[in-house]
Design a protein around this ligand. Structure first.
Ligand SMILES: Nc1ncnc2c1ncn2[C@@H]1O[C@H](COP(=O)(O)OP(=O)(O)OP(=O)(O)O)[C@@H](O)[C@H]1O
Ligand SMILES: [Mg+2]
Length: 453
């Protein structure tokens, strides 16, 4: 048996035991007391009745009649004169009776009195009623009753009490076992559930416990498990996004560093690559700093801080940064954007969107194809398009490419270092800007991603 149920059980058992013992003791005492009291007063009343008859007519006939009446009962009547000489007895007079008669005090009230009430130790209980004729004492009516009958009565009563006591103890024991089970079973279940939760298993299922405190506790644990699971998933998603955000610029930094190191690279190009590397490193430093702040605040999302941004220079700088990578793949990257086009965006976050789209266009296209980055305005909406002439996306995959970790050709995509996160981040960021993104694609013809703000 486990500890808490044992403690509760023992506590219950002891308190009920004490309560029961005390109440049983008082009940027992009361019953015996009133039984004995009844017997004594019945005896005295009987004596008084005889005395009244005698006072009404003191004749030999009456005395004989009384003796006859008593000889058939378990009580015994003795009639004495004032100095204790026995005039009549309904049965044989024993030495104990004589001793009790001798102990009769003077001045007995007319309603009589109890002479012996020690039913435990004496063979008889006894009462005396004085007989008065014309105002003077005339003699005494003694009544005796064997205490054997009372003793039997009381030992019978004790047997009943013992039986009731044992039965109630057994009943109490069973009750307590069930009660503690009932109370501690859900507690044990809950502690098991929390143990599993601490090991990272949030699939806790607690039995329905009703609306009491136990039920509320169970409910809270279930809610806690659900919240923790959500938090854990959020954290995982966030970490995946972060690693993507760090990985994409890092691959470009590494790629450009590799090109810059080549001896045949022209000095002017080398300086351009080093410039991009420097700029990207600065951005990444900022990103890591922001990440650290988020960790301190225990938040799982990057905030979006929108600013009025001139799209032409903004997109141009991204274009310039990407162009060496395209050139490296023998691909063409075109850029078209009217001046004076403004949008309310978070430049850091939005750059990530464009870079991810351009990165995909480059990765999933063959050499000597063309990619276009295009921005324009149509009926008050800003439209940014990334168009490639690559391998395209099969129609059956098209609805799923924005899902996290979804890749069309798993093995190919992996050889290109893809994790399937890019487009899900793009969609999330575009929607966080209040925009929409759509895709159109035809296999072996090309793909068009269109952002509307
Ligand atoms: N321009 C495109 N042309 C053809 N297929 C594309 C294009 N863009 C995305 N896809 C397909 O959609 C999938 C999902 O793209 P996503 O950018 O989400 O992941 P990824 O590029 O594989 O990996 P990551 O961007 O995380 O490095 C890609 O694996 C690819 O199969
Ligand atoms: Mg991608």
């Amino acid at each position: 048996m486990n500890k808490i149920s044992f403690k509760i059980g023992l506590f219950f058992f002891l308190s009920v035991l004490i309560l029961e013992a005390i109440s049983m003791f008082f009940l027992h005492d009361n019953i015996i007391h009133s039984r004995v009291h009844d017997e004594l007063s019945a005896l005295q009343t009987r004596g008084n009745n005889h005395r009244e008859i005698l006072e009404a007519s003191y004749h030999d006939e009456t005395i004989r009649h009384i003796a006859l009446m008593e000889s058939r009962t378990d009580t015994q009547v003795i009639l004495t004169n004032l100095n204790g000489t026995i005039n009549m007895s309904s049965n044989t007079v024993t030495p104990e009776m004589k001793r009790i008669i001798k102990s009769t005090p003077k001045d007995i009230p007319h309603e009589g009195m109890i002479l012996e009430d020690d039913w435990k130790n004496e063979p008889y209980i006894a009462s005396v009623s004085p007989v008065k004729m014309k105002g003077t004492d005339y003699g005494y009516v003694y009544m005796f009753q064997n205490t054997q009958k009372i003793k039997e009565l009381i030992s019978g009563l004790n047997r009943h009490f013992l039986l009731a006591g044992i039965l109630s103890l057994i009943f109490m024991f069973i009750m307590i076992v069930f009660l503690t089970r009932f109370v501690t079973h859900p507690l044990i279940k809950m502690s098991e559930a929390t143990k599993r939760m601490s090991k990272g298993d949030f699939s806790v299922s607690l039995p329905k416990l009703g609306k009491d405190e136990m039920g509320v506790l169970g409910e809270s644990i279930a809610i806690l498990a659900r919240d923790l699971e959500v938090l854990k998933n959020e954290r995982n998603e966030f970490l995946a996004s972060i690693s993507h955000e760090l990985r994409t610029p890092l691959t470009y930094i590494k790629g450009y560093a590799d090109i810059a190191r080549r001896p045949e690279t022209k000095q002017a190009d080398r300086e351009q690559y080093l410039g991009i590397i420097h700029e990207e490193s600065d951005k990444m430093t900022k990103l890591v700093k922001e990440l650290f702040n988020l960790a301190k605040m225990d938040e799982n999302i990057f905030s979006i801080e929108k600013d009025m941004v001139d799209l032409q220079p903004f997109l141009l700088s991204i274009y310039e940064k990407m162009i060496p990578a395209f050139r490296e793949n023998d691909m063409e990257l075109n850029f078209e954007c009217p001046t004076q086009l403004q949008a309310l965006i978070d430049p850091t976050r939005f750059e990530q969107v464009i870079v991810n789209l351009l990165d995909n266009a480059r990765k999933y296209s063959e050499p000597y194809t063309k990619v276009t980055l295009e921005a324009g305005e149509k009926s008050g909406q800003i439209i940014i398009t990334v168009r490639d002439q690559g391998r395209g996306i099969p129609a059956e995959d098209l609805p799923r490419i924005f899902e996290r970790f979804y890749r069309v050709d798993k093995s190919r995509a992996r050889s290109l270092g893809g994790s399937g996160l890019g487009l899900s981040i793009v969609k999330q960021l575009v929607e966080a800007h209040g925009g929409t993104i759509t895709v159109e694609s035809e296999p072996d013809m090309g793909t068009v991603f269109q952002i509307m703000l």
